[in-house]
Design a protein around this ligand. Structure first.
Ligand code: ARG
Length: 459
């Protein structure tokens, strides 16, 4: 291997330190972006007459050859190259000779690595956005099938009021919509070119930063060379948004985990997405949502690592930045995998037990608010009605019955305005259907939302 640094160095690195310093094992992930970045740089250098046309053609052809070899598994960037940037440069020089030594004119690995990482992440942001959209479509399909399926709604994980299952699922669509909006927004700040900032101060070489930025599809260039090589805000912003994606996946996972318990039995896992126990033959475990819930911690950990990594760094580049790669790569892989797994789970791994769901909302006091609202409609002040229904519930609990089991005479003992229609008014379907306020669970409201979502996701 050629010697990496300048002739200033006389001795060789300690072998352990050489390994310790190297990032090739993980930053080879950036190989294609590194090559694209170099191609743009070489073309620009010839455009500004820093190198001649012939030299730039040789360099670009050499780089394209490396790309092809990599894609055909004929080239594997590995140690002892220090990092992917040196590795490609060394490979280029070995392919085309001394002309390859001109490639690094007017740039540094500091602006180069920042450019590569932004290109890589920009692509991954688009991928994650489309994976979230696919997940939203699967959630939507389940919602559309379950407009009239009822599910107990909870607060404090205590039965609160019954809901349309579609309404419950559409809540997750809203969360994922915000996640996508965050990605779209932060993408703008990822899509700025640091290339040409060189080591930290810019360069006296005649470069055209707008040309390379354009060629690489960047929206703009960093205006300050020091900031350009020191800014890792975008890695934090991305990991923060990814953390929220994971939080939403994890909350959904948690619900699925208890929905499929014997105690809830709101849903069943198919064999496609469940696993057994090595000891207990009866077991069917929800490993997929458990893994998603568990992996959420990794992404939060990556966010913490990145925040801590940048907090005490003086301007400009510091080698600490090399540590951003693994956090970002792991975050992207984790989010990607979890989105795919959740989509498969929703599409073929989870079946709602509609009968159990419908039955479960019949067996509780989640219609108590509606008894109070019934009296409100008869002009009883709400606070008074609320106390009356509290007494009704207490009586039922004592007699181990539900509100609907009381006779009209018994109702009338609590308030004379109760009439026979109370029984219809407190049936779960009517309870849900009557909550027609904007954003509520009433079937009319939810079906309007389904129509809006359908056009948003499928047109
Ligand atoms: N491998 C380095 C990184 O990931 C590349 C930049 C090295 N720059 C330097 N001045 N040592 O950050």
């Amino acid at each position: 291997m050629s010697k990496t640094w300048s002739n200033r160095f006389e001795g060789a690195l300690d072998p352990f330190i050489q390994r310790f310093n190297s990032s090739i094992d993980f930053d080879k992930e950036l190989i294609l972006e590194d090559i694209d970045c170099s191609i743009a740089h070489a073309r620009m250098l010839s455009n500004t007459k820093v190198i001649n046309k012939e030299e730039s053609v040789k360099i670009v052809d050499g780089l394209k050859q490396i790309k092809k070899d990599f894609e055909n598994n004929l080239f594997d960037p590995i140690y002892p190259s220090e990092d992917i940037h040196y590795c490609i440069e060394e490979k280029l020089i070995s392919l085309i000779g001394d002309i390859g030594k001109k490639l690094h004119t007017g740039r540094s690995r500091n602006d180069q690595v920042g450019t590569d990482l932004r290109l890589w992440l920009r692509h991954k942001i688009d991928l994650i956005d489309s994976l979230i959209e696919t997940l939203q479509r699967s959630l939507f399909a389940k919602a559309e099938q379950n407009l009239y399926t009822l599910i107990p709604g909870y607060t404090h994980l205590q039965r609160a009021q019954p809901l349309s299952l579609a309404h419950h699922l559409l809540a997750y669509l809203e969360m994922f919509k915000r996640d996508r909006a965050r990605l779209v927004d932060l993408r703008k700040r990822v899509n700025i070119s640091p290339l040409g900032a060189a080591a930290l101060a810019g360069t006296k070489i005649n470069i055209d930063r707008y040309m390379t930025a354009n060629e690489l599809g960047f929206q703009d260039v960093y205006k300050n060379s020091i900031d350009a090589v020191s800014d890792r805000d975008f890695t934090v912003e991305f990991t923060c948004s990814a953390s929220l994606v994971m939080a939403h996946l994890s909350r959904l996972s948690e619900e699925i985990i208890f929905w499929v318990t014997d105690e809830f039995s709101f849903a069943t896992l198919t064999d496609v997405c469940s696993t057994g126990s090595s000891l207990m033959p009866q077991k069917k475990n929800p490993d997929v949502p458990e893994l998603i819930r568990g992996k959420t911690g990794r992404v939060y950990g990556n966010l913490q690592a990145l925040l801590t990594m940048i907090k005490g760094l003086p301007l400009a580049y510091n080698k600490d930045f090399q540590e951003d790669k693994e956090s970002i790569f792991d975050t992207v892989k984790t989010v990607e995998d979890c989105l795919k797994a959740m989509t498969i789970l929703l599409e073929k791994g989870l079946i709602f037990n509609k009968d159990n769901l419908m039955n479960s909302v019949e067996q509780d006091f989640s219609n108590a608010t509606d008894v109070a609202d019934y009296l409100v409609e008869k002009n009883v002040p709400f606070r008074e009605a609320y106390q009356i229904v509290g007494n009704i519930v207490r009586k039922c609990l004592k007699e181990k019955c539900l509100i609907k089991n009381l006779s009209l005479q018994e109702f009338k003992k609590f308030h004379l305005d109760f009439e026979n229609d109370i029984f219809m008014k407190i049936s779960p379907v009517n309870v849900v259907n009557s909550r027609n306020s904007l954003g509520g669970t009433g079937f009319d409201r939810v079906s309007e939302e389904l129509i809006t979502w359908k056009s948003e996701l499928f047109s």
